[in-house]
Design a protein around this ligand. Sequence first.
Ligand code: NAD
Ligand code: UD1
Length: 339
Amino acid sequence: MSTILLAGGAGYIGSHTAVELLESGYDVVIADNFSNSCPESVKRVEQITGKSVKLYEVDIKDAAKLENVFSENSIDAVIHFAGLKAVGESVEKPVLYYRNNIDTTLSLLECMNKYGVKNIIFSSSATVYGEENPVPYTEEMKRGTCTNPYGWTKVMMEQILEDTAKADSSMSVVLLRYFNPIGAHESGMIGEDPQGIPNNLMPYVAQVAVGRRDHLTIFGNDYPTPDGTCRRDYIHVVDLAKGHVKAVEYVMKNKGVEVFNLGTGTPYSVTEIVTAFEKANDIKIKYEYGQRRAGDLPESYANADKALKVLGWKTEKNLEDMCRDLWNWQRNNPQGYNK
Ligand code: NAD
Ligand code: UD1
């Protein structure tokens, strides 16, 4: 069976993808510097699947150290999750974000070139559609203007990967544009474990539910949407992870560059999400309305037709599953992995 390197695979999406790949029969190697994760997530992946993962603690920016991973394993494809992702922090520390996110990409491409690895899947984001494009987003739309350095790193990395594939016709690049991944593995053993105060909506809601935060502030209720709060395309992280298994099959059979949206195609508002979490788990979430957050778009959701047509992938889980599984993880791990 093929061996897949998950760069940044100890993180939220990487750990869920590792489970799905292992359960589909792939061998998994993870390289991570644990800047936003810990080895415990990988142990739990092994417990869930009953299979072992080869784990390297390495800063992927460091191409010389990363080379050990390539020289010691026969890698068939790389999935590049390794990046910093906090939007607000990227505005305060742009150089840190450009350095980390661009350099991890370049080091991976250099090692791949040296060891003849031709297949790479990249964790991109719906954020690359920027401010100009109308919803629902389709893959052939031009990348737009981002509102923060994090988003620009994704735009730049997509460009770097496209240029690399253009220069080497034996390469295969898949750009996966994620919408809003939430939820957790149904075992409750792995999930999202943000450091400090969560930036994203659902980890914040979960921490209010578990008593770590007093209340949620909903950022703005005067948007041009049905209930005035922003609408997003929330996707269960296990569905997203399964999309990666399909992308691995695809990347190994095809050449060139292909882009896929990974979303459900159905938007929900912040208020709808909070209500769904309350209903699914029979818990009250204290919230108040506050100011809009800088850089937020009123709506972001996918047209997910291409992934269905080309990869044969679509989401299977609904909003209730997302809310229930998130709570199951948070309740069992109130302090995340650090309990
Ligand atoms: P995460 O922070 O949980 O995972 C990223 C992993 O990369 C972490 O384990 C971190 O330690 C590692 N990492 C970062 N820099 C590294 C480096 N220099 N060397 C080695 N390891 C490094 O985040 P996630 O939510 O799992 O996201 C994975 C990818 O998907 C990221 O690139 C992110 O930008 C992208 N993405 C995430 C979302 C989302 O909502 N979670 C949405 C769109 C895109
Ligand atoms: C954000 C990033 C996006 C990134 C993604 C994953 C911005 C503008 N976009 O997406 O680039 O890929 O995270 O890291 O930051 N909300 C509240 N209260 C909160 C938190 C969020 O009301 O405490 C609202 C937001 O205003 C938004 C929705 O919930 O309308 C979802 O927010 P979030 O989870 O941060 O995701 P995005 O903003 O869609």
